[in-house]
Design a protein around this ligand. Structure first.
Ligand code: CMP
Length: 139
């Protein structure tokens, strides 16, 4: 069975969307096998987002990710990585398809950069990324 990592970001936590978000993945046939709430450190976030650390938006992204605890989960199922990405939707909630978490639950009224940053969830993009992120967050 394939595993993937999903993280509920501070906007999802603060809006109390945790259970709703989990339902989207479960309704797509995935099983949540691990869940924990964590106050991430800047160091852990830099490791998680190593591909984005040098980008201009990174300081704002890190500040946002430190603004509350986050929820880190492992979902399991056949083709879990691709299914979780599909259910998550495009990075920009305004461009995500209807029926995805970011489109259905995202805040479309925010200005572009904020909306793209505060997009409720993160889901691993590839199997390799899932393995790396599961190790990083769950040891
Ligand atoms: P995520 O799927 O967690 O992967 C990288 C994150 O960086 C992304 O979701 C957004 O939260 C954030 N991000 C990506 N591009 C931008 C951007 N142009 N402006 C602000 N935040 C961004």
């Amino acid at each position: 069975m394939e595993k993937t990592l999903v993280l509920i970001k501070p906007d999802g936590v603060k809006k109390g969307l945790g259970k709703k978000i989990v339902k989207y993945y479960q309704n797509a046939g995935l099983k949540m096998i691990k869940r924990k709430e964590i106050d991430p450190t800047p160091q852990l976030l830099k490791q998680h987002y190593f591909a984005h650390v040098a980008k201009p938006f990174y300081p704002d992204l890190e500040k946002f990710m430190l603004s509350s605890h986050i929820v880190v989960m492992i979902f399991e199922g056949s083709d879990a990585v691709a299914i979780a990405r599909k259910v998550t939707g495009a990075t920009d909630p305004a461009k995500a398809e209807k029926g995805t978490i970011r489109r259905d639950l995202g805040d479309l009224s925010l200005p572009d950069d904020d909306r793209i940053m505060m997009n409720l969830v993160h889901a691993s993009a590839t199997k390799e990324e899932a393995e790396r992120e599961i190790k990083l967050w769950f040891g």
